[in-house]
Design a protein around this ligand. Structure first.
Ligand code: NAP
Length: 217
């Protein structure tokens, strides 16, 4: 049994991840920011932990993470609140979580990031350009830490049912990926601790998630 602290626990990936972890006998304390989210999280098998990334300090977040083996960061402002909120959640929120994980001595840290090609070939807004810059800065921040990190860069997230099969590589063509399969790949990463300090691009594909990680071991 692995205890996985999910930052962004009420999110679309976060909920799927908690559900899959529960089904495989793991424990998923899930950080969420409004009390009304707790009942649904509990139903999915998660352990709701109330907390807002805009209000938590490093010491408090570290206490919440303390007995976990892995942190998964899948929080994001989702374009709501403009660049300021992206900077606060996807940017400073990630830095806060990294600092808290180090303080709590939770060494394994998985980050859901974004493909650098997202938005290529179309006119992108200033907000989206800022989002991509913040995602890259977050990757740099985590990659420069001494944690046992993995950065996962999914393509465009879709809500179609997952297949459990993906394409994963150091550099792969851009594409879609069901959120279910991002969650399945995070579970595979949690169950394959030998994959460490690597950036993995992810789309839909033909290979079961656990097998797709074999080249990274
Ligand atoms: N959309 C794409 O195609 C795409 C592609 C690649 C990567 N990504 C990234 O994938 C990640 C997860 O995606 P998703 O679909 O699961 O997103 P999501 O459903 O929007 O989940 C993000 C979670 O972050 C939480 N959050 C926001 N502000 C917070 C705060 N102040 N304190 C605590 N939690 C806060 C949200 O809480 P609430 O539930 O309360 O709002 C939400 O649960 C995001 O970081 C996104 O940038 C997206």
């Amino acid at each position: 049994m692995t205890q996985v602290f999910i930052v962004g626990g009420a999110g679309k990936i976060g909920r799927r991840l908690a559900q899959q972890l529960h089904a495989r006998g793991h424990r998923a304390p899930s950080l969420h920011r409004t009390p009304d989210q707790a009942a649904e999280l509990q139903q999915l098998g998660a352990f709701p932990v109330l907390g807002n990334l805009l209000e938590l300090d490093e010491a408090t977040l570290a206490e919440l993470m303390a007995s976990s083996d892995v942190v998964v960061f899948t929080a994001g402002a989702g374009g709501k609140g403009g660049p300021e909120m992206t900077n606060a959640i996807d940017g400073r929120g990630l830095e806060l979580a990294v600092a808290a994980a180090r303080r709590a001595n939770v060494r394994r840290f998985l980050l859901v990031s974004a493909f650098p090609e997202a938005g290529r070939g179309r006119q992108v807004s200033e907000t989206f350009e800022n989002y991509m810059a913040v995602k890259k800065h977050a990757d740099v921040h985590l990659a420069e830490s001494d944690l046992d990190w993995v950065i996962l860069r999914p393509g465009t997230l879709v809500d179609t049912a997952g297949t459990g099969r993906v394409r994963a590589g150091l550099a792969i063509p851009y594409g879609n990926v069901p959120r279910d399969d991002v969650a399945a790949t995070l579970v595979a990463l949690i169950e394959t601790p030998a994959v460490s300090r690597v950036i993995i691009e992810l789309t839909e594909g033909d290979t079961p998630a656990i097998e797709a990680l074999v080249p990274f071991v």
